[in-house]
Design a protein around this ligand. Structure first.
Ligand code: CAA
Length: 257
């Protein structure tokens, strides 16, 4: 795909946003490609974990493409935002873990796509935020909604209303990213983490993502009831037999996809 570089190795799929000259800014074609790739891999037995990153060592994604937005009318802007939000919703509930390896600027739509990933690692040179207000815009791929859910209202309003991005340390402090690595080690460390995930039961990963998404906005009692139902469901899954038997036999589990 023109706008994405995709590598698959050892059941890890690395999707790199590939518009280097524009600091990986997102245009409509790129969104279409990303949606296609996510659809293509969601049921693939060849992949257990996805890593989303940006080409080069300057930017993860420097936001939505401002040049292409300059030509949009309001209906086209709605369609662009709707497609972006459809993709982020798909990512929230994706049946395989998605890790953002944020390797530099993650601004506007870049911060928003990172927030739709299940896990976020950042390089030391990361600059992340929602600068849309400075362009007379607002976030369009979920920033007004996921940012407060991830970092709380106080931190979210600070980022959304000032438009001022923050560095990796501050992003870690407020819980926007979980870990910081050297730029040169980011992908290697992210792959190591993906390998850790891949040793576990893929059906458990899938169900965890499903249960978290189902329960997160419910009251605790209702959400815990959902957890119990899914706990029952995993007992009907062959990977539970494989995992428990391996523990008892002191062997390594070989889970099925
Ligand atoms: N859209 C289009 N092109 C972009 C871009 C963007 N978001 N960000 C960078 N580029 C392009 C630049 O125009 C430049 O291209 P030219 O060489 O053809 O001029 C090239 O990438 C390199 O950028 P700079 O020369 O600006 O690089 P820099 O190192 O001096 O600055 C930067 C880097 C701070 C990231 C700066 O490029 C910048 O501020 N970019 C815009 C960031 C932004 O505002 N993002 C939010 C967009 S709105 C949005 O995302 C809405 C939404 O929620 C959906």
């Amino acid at each position: 795909m023109k706008n994405l570089k995709i590598e698959i190795k050892n059941k890890i799929c690395i999707i790199s946003i590939n518009r280097l000259k524009n600091l990986n800014a997102i245009n409509l074609n790129l969104l279409v490609d990303l949606k296609k790739a996510l659809f293509q891999y969601q049921d693939s037995k060849e992949i257990r974990t996805i890593i989303l990153t940006g080409e080069g060592n300057q930017a993860f994604i420097a936001g939505a493409d401002i040049k292409s937005m300059s030509k949009m009318n309001s209906q086209e802007a709605y369609d662009f935002s709707k497609l972006g939000n459809d993709i982020t919703l798909m990512m929230d509930k994706y049946p395989k873990p998605i890790i953002a390896a944020i390797n530099g600027y993650a601004l506007g739509g870049g911060c928003e796509l990172a927030m739709a990933c299940h896990i976020r690692f950042a390089s030391e040179n990361t600059i992340i935020g929602q600068p849309e207000t400075g362009l007379g815009l607002i976030p369009g791929f979920g920033g007004t909604q996921r940012l407060p859910r991830i970092v709380g209202l106080t931190n979210a309003y600070k980022l959304l209303l000032s438009g001022s991005p923050i560095d990796a340390l501050e992003a870690k402090r407020i819980g926007l990213v979980s870990d910081i690595f050297n730029q040169s080690e980011l992908i290697e460390k992210t792959i190591k983490f993906a390998e850790k995930i891949n040793k576990n039961s893929p059906s458990s990963s899938k169900i965890i993502i499903e249960v978290v998404n189902k329960g997160i906005h419910l009251d605790l009692k209702e959400a815990l009831n959902i957890e119990s139902q899914y706990f029952k469901k995993v007992f009907e899954n062959e990977n539970k037999n494989i995992g428990i038997k391996s523990f008892l036999d002191k062997t390594k589990p070989d889970f099925i996809d």
